[in-house]
Design a protein around this ligand. Sequence first.
Ligand code: SAM
Length: 222
Amino acid sequence: MPVVEGEEPKKSKRSVRERADAIKPFVCKNLIAVIEDPADLKNIGTVIRNVNALGAEKVYIVDPRKGLPDDWQDMREKPSLSKTSVSAVKWSFVKRFDSTDDCFDHLEKNNFRSMVTSPHVKGQVNIILHEGDYTEYAKLAVWFGNEKRGISDRAVERSDACVSIPMFGMIESLNLGTSSGIVLYEVCKQRREYQSKYRKRDKRGKRTMPLPTVMGREEGET
Ligand SMILES: C[S@@+](CC[C@H](N)C(=O)[O-])C[C@H]1O[C@@H](n2cnc3c(N)ncnc32)[C@H](O)[C@@H]1O
């Protein structure tokens, strides 16, 4: 069957279940991507797709315009979101918040620390993506800002650090979807390597045999 760009090839129920079981050990526990006030549904879909594909755990969306349904079940059934995320919204949990403070309150209540991302120097601690250690906090939320305005001052204020992808061109920033892919790749890679070696935080519970950090490719996959 031909595969159309943007559409996932149809899989049988059994192979879907097998895949869902196989990916479980690779998912980065307690890693949430937060999108703050995104304006474009396509970007929301791309971030959800990146979260799912790279193995972060959840997506939180600060949605002050109230453009999204409150309930994940309703989001999963929203055709535009399902289409732009190529169905990743069905597999990755998404939760919406009315405001930046509501989202921080919820994260902090659950012992999550936050890092924001920006092409600019923001706040007290600034980190170049590949120089950062993203395994230090047991529970980590990584924030991405609005397409035009970037991350808010309030989010910077309530975060521990600001992470930048180094850029070498004439333009000011990368787009939201692209930057979420690059940042989450590095963060997930580090946290998956950690999980493969240790069962607990602070390098406790060392495994005698590290778990694999790369999934075997299915036969016949190109
Ligand atoms: C299109 S950018 C926003 C540009 C905006 N004018 C600004 O001042 O940030 C949308 C989001 O992508 C992320 N982003 C873009 N370029 C980045 C970079 N070089 N490093 C880290 N994050 C970046 C940030 O989360 C940013 O808020």
